[in-house]
Design a protein around this ligand. Structure first.
Ligand code: TRP
Length: 360
């Protein structure tokens, strides 16, 4: 074992690297492979859409092959509900497709990792490249344990970042678009790639060291205005909600007692969040919208947002309905994704065995 440690690094350094990486993606899309992923815990909401989905679709349109791993094993790290996993995988895939990721371009591969055995096997050699102390120090894992209020922690919780390294490295991804909370996991992945290469493949590295691409997309708060939008916090508008439900939810959104609408994220987070959503769905600046509403108050703001959000999501929701009515197509998309992912994983595992001196 090497003595260097997993470096969790600074956010500013990651942001600077991300900006340089954006440029390179635009100039040399053929040099890159993107991998991103989600846990299948339910349908996606408006916060996911503006926070990450939209960015994935944009990057993908640069012509970079994109693998999207649905991390179904990871769901079991902090909950024991398995009954809904398959349904959630389907719903998540529908949300991806409705948002504009399009596997018919031959460059988008969506698959649940439980169906790619060779990817999962990479976990075993990778587990020998990190120490227990390193796993124990991962800040995101610590936060998740606290957030879920776990009294008994399964080993999958501590080791899933290593599994995530397998998710990323099996296809030799170079770019991983992620939110801030995933940066520690990306550092684990980079460390594993580096240690693997140093130990087994000094002259001809097997793995690239993938880079995080931090989205500069805004953080969308929930309709309570006090925390991140999230289904489990009951403050979300789902992409699959219909127009009346959207109107009802926005109507109940928390605001403040000041009549005149101003854009002041620091002091008026609830109103600012509604203005931000109106801005994202109209293409106008939040300040301009605030000025226009003025003493029309929260009622007018909510009316504007309801209209612009429903209009913005109308095509996505129509496409979502069509996809929901065609489960055979969703299954086909996943089967196609699994097939390509397995081809890549088989090749990588063979290389791994070879350099580890486990060939026959
Ligand atoms: N840990 C990620 C999350 O909770 C999901 C995930 C699993 C992932 N494997 C990945 C993200 C690989 C990026 C790359 O959201």
């Amino acid at each position: 074992m090497t003595t260097e440690h997993v470096e969790f690094g600074t956010f500013e350094a990651s942001l600077a690297r991300s900006r340089a990486l954006e440029k390179d993606l635009e100039q040399n899309p053929q040099k890159h492979t993107i991998l991103t992923g989600d846990r299948p815990t339910g349908r996606l909401h408006v916060g996911h859409y503006f926070g990450s989905l939209q960015n994935r679709v944009r990057l993908h349109k640069l012509g970079v092959p994109t693998y999207i791993v649905i991390a179904d094993y990871q769901v079991l790290t902090d909950r024991d509900t398995f009954e809904t996993i398959s349904e959630n995988v389907h719903q998540l895939t529908i949300d991806y497709l409705a948002a504009g990721l399009d596997p018919s371009d031959g460059k988008t591969f969506i698959f649940p990792h439980s169906h790619v055995p060779e990817l999962n096997q990479l976990l075993l050699p990778f587990l020998t490249l990190v120490t227990l102390a390193e796993l124990d120090r991962n800040p995101t894992v610590k936060e998740e344990i606290a957030a879920a209020g776990l009294t008994s922690i399964n080993a999958g919780m501590y080791t899933y970042p290593v599994h995530q390294a397998a998710d990323i490295l099996f296809c030799k991804a170079t770019v991983v678009p992620v939110g801030k909370d995933q940066l520690p996991h990306l550092e684990v992945t980079r460390t594993i790639a580096r240690r693997f290469n140093n130990r087994y493949a000094k002259n001809k590295p097997v793995f690239p060291e993938p880079q995080a691409l931090l989205s500069e997309a805004p953080l969308i708060l929930g309709l309570d205005g006090s925390q991140k939008m999230s289904k489990s916090r009951n403050n979300a508008i789902m992409l699959s909600a219909d127009e009346d439900e959207t109107a009802r939810l926005i109507k109940k959104a928390k605001t403040d007692s000041e009549r005149v609408i101003t854009y002041d994220p620091e002091n008026r987070p609830e109103v600012a969040n509604l203005l931000l959503l109106t801005s994202l769905t109209t293409g106008r600046s939040p300040e301009e919208i605030a000025e226009e509403i003025g003493d029309g108050g929260a009622g007018k703001l909510k009316k504007m947002l309801t209209e612009s959000l429903n209009e913005y999501l109308r095509p996505l929701r129509a496409r979502r309905k069509e996809l929901e009515a065609d489960p055979g197509y969703i299954r086909q998309v996943l089967q196609d994704g699994i097939k390509v992912a397995r081809e890549e994983a088989i090749k990588t595992l063979e290389e791994v065995r070879e350099v580890m001196n486990m060939g026959l």
